[in-house]
Unconditional design. Structure first.
Ligand code: ZN
Length: 358
């Protein structure tokens, strides 16, 4: 009879949680386990050796729910240890699988950012209480007034006429856009532009009104902004960036990102513009409002064309044109390329407006 061992092991009797220090020996076909309060003989065929998982001790299941734990390097002197067929071991031993799962994680993250985050942002945006959105709008406008805008120089009669047009459009709106307010500001560096602040404030700059001349075209741009309000694009944009920012912060363990997200809201509204999808959605909404008030969707195309002609190097976002004028002198920058790549070209939107008019 061949003998192997003894080896040191831990033994649990299956009835109590007490751990017994034991010595295990193999004698022929018998596994002998001996300790201060343990004396046991188990036929080898009744010792069920579990596959090893990483560097953890190997588990040997014994009759009566008893359990023997031993280091793999020791135990293999007594009993063969089966190769793991478990996922964890396969991942450890196959680099290919590791890279495949890494690719899976990257793909899942991409899908999450591409579809999950916008979905979550839309769902959350619809549940933000209106008064909270109005607070955000008020604070954002205050900040913009502090560093970008100044008081409008439009004549009171012109303002009154545009407000009447705005009220007419709003009269055909439902939901979030139905209670919208219109504000005029001198756009300063921002120039000809219009914004929809979450909570229901549309801001039009003097420069936009002056550039478009025709109030009906201004109305078309305002209808587009009402579309952003109706679909809560502002809140959704903020939420999307915040969710991604917070996730990055969580992953990188950098809390300063959170501060950046919170402080950067007004800046983000002005500079990053909206996504292609948001612009299309707001355009479609504008066509509907224009038609509901006996106007042609073509007005929006004409307005965009005028804005485009004023700054041919730029394409339009919500933000029919949102570049500070002095930046245009330096030709396209990396930022412009990013902007071009994420915003539909104005010619495309002009064509869409023409098509909607037919
Ligand atoms: Zn827009």
């Amino acid at each position: 009879v061949t003998t192997a061992g003894p080896i040191a092991a831990d033994f649990f009797d299956g009835r109590s949680s007490a751990r017994h220090l034991v010595q295990a020996t193999r004698e022929g076909n018998l596994l002998r386990i001996a300790g201060a309060a343990v004396a046991l003989e188990v036929p080898v065929e009744h010792a069920n050796v579990q596959p090893r998982i990483g560097r953890t001790p190997v588990r040997v299941l014994l009759p009566g729910n008893a359990l023997l734990l031993a280091e793999a390097t020791e135990l293999e002197r007594l009993l063969p240890i089966p190769r793991s067929r478990g996922l964890a071991h396969r991942l450890e031993s196959h680099l290919g699988a590791v890279f495949a799962s890494l690719a899976g994680v990257v793909a899942a993250a991409w899908l999450f950012v591409q579809f999950g985050v916008p979905w979550a942002a839309r769902e959350i945006a619809q549940r933000i209480p209106p008064e909270m959105e109005r607070d955000i709008a008020t604070q954002s406008l205050n900040q913009l007034d502090g560093y970008v805008f100044s008081r409008s120089n439009l004549l009171p009669e012109r303002q009154a006429k545009l407000r009447a047009l705005f009220a007419e459009l709003r009269g055909s709106a439902r939901g979030a856009a139905a209670n919208a307010q219109l504000e005029f500001r001198d756009g300063g560096l921002i120039g000809a532009n219009a914004f929809a602040l979450p909570g229901g404030t549309v801001v039009a700059t003097d420069q936009l009104v002056v550039l478009l001349r025709d109030d009906e075209r201004v109305a078309a741009v305002l209808a587009h902004e009402l579309g952003h309000l109706e679909h809560r694009h502002g809140s959704r944009q903020i939420l999307q960036s915040s969710i991604i920012g917070l996730l990055s912060a969580a992953i990188a363990g950098d809390a300063s990102t959170l501060t950046t997200v919170v402080v950067g809201l007004p800046t983000m509204l002005i500079h990053s513009g909206y996504s292609r999808d948001f612009e299309r959605e707001a355009d479609r909404y504008a066509y509907g409002l224009l038609e509901a008030t006996q106007r042609s969707p073509r007005l929006l195309g004409e307005a965009l064309e005028q804005l485009e002609n004023a700054h041919p190097a730029r394409t339009s976002s919500c933000s029919p044109d949102d570049a500070p004028p002095q930046r245009k002198r330096h030709g396209p920058t990396a930022e412009d390329l990013g902007y071009l790549s994420t915003h539909p070209a104005t010619p495309e939107r002009i064509r869409d407006a023409e098509a909607a008019a037919r």
